[in-house]
Design a binder for this molecule. Structure first.
Ligand SMILES: [Zn+2]
Length: 236
């Protein structure tokens, strides 16, 4: 448990930094993490920004600039994977659940910051899943083609980054789990939108979808036995 509490935030921190790189290279696997602002290498004790937030009050040690809040929330949520892994009954390897959890978490935070997604993350996830297995080639290609046709016909309804994330998941998840994630994404984002409109009295709403895909995946991971045995729309 203590190992996971230390390891998961470090994994998140590494992956989140990878989302911000401009060109993909293997050298990133071996070089030290650098400060976002002055590019100085970060000392080992401060590689976990939660320590930065507590000890340095959310500022960098080198240049005293304010750290992004995404690091803090991301590392806190990275520890949520302990709950997911201990409670889920999803018929997936733990390594695949971890891969999906971390990739959706970093993509969700990146989407919240920029309203875009870095294309190299889904590519890394797909290549890694090909190695870890299982990889649903036929299902993935079929759904990806369908989603791209849907995007072409309804360009203003959904962002292309969201299409890419759903396409990525279609190669990783069995069909009934994939559809459950889609259902919950739109149920949760729909409830959020209605609540936002009621509270803010405004229809001017632009929401990034990936955070809701992340929430939907976790909901499905935690409620899987209910979805499986409850019958209805989630059982195929
Ligand atoms: Zn610095």
């Amino acid at each position: 448990m203590l190992t996971q509490l230390i390891l998961y935030p470090v994994v998140f921190s590494f992956l989140f930094q990878i989302t911000h790189i401009k060109e993909l290279s293997l050298k990133y696997l071996f070089c030290r993490s650098k400060c976002d602002f002055c590019q100085k290498p970060i000392s080992i004790i401060y590689l976990i920004p939660i320590i930065n937030f507590i000890v340095l009050k959310g500022k960098t040690l080198c240049c005293k600039r304010k750290l992004k809040q995404s690091y803090f929330w991301g590392e806190l949520l990275a520890c949520g994977l302990i709950i997911i892994l201990s409670m889920t009954e999803l018929p997936l390897k733990n390594s695949v659940i971890m891969l999906i959890y971390f990739s959706l978490l970093v993509l969700a935070l990146y989407d919240l910051e920029t309203y875009t997604i870095p294309i190299h993350i889904p590519i890394i996830v797909l290549i890694t899943t090909m190695i870890l297995g299982p990889f649903y080639y036929l299902q993935g290609f079929g759904i990806t083609i369908f989603l791209h046709l849907f995007f072409y016909c309804c360009k203003n309804q959904i962002g292309y980054g969201d299409i890419l994330i759903f396409s990525m998941l279609s190669f990783l998840l069995p069909l009934h789990i994939f559809f459950s994630v889609i259902w919950f994404t739109f149920i949760i984002s729909g409830c959020f939108s209605i609540a936002y409109i009621i509270v803010k009295h405004s229809l001017n709403l632009k929401i990034p979808l990936v955070p809701f895909i992340f929430c939907a995946f976790n909901t499905v991971a935690l409620c899987y036995p209910l979805l499986k045995f409850g019958g209805g729309i989630f059982e195929y």
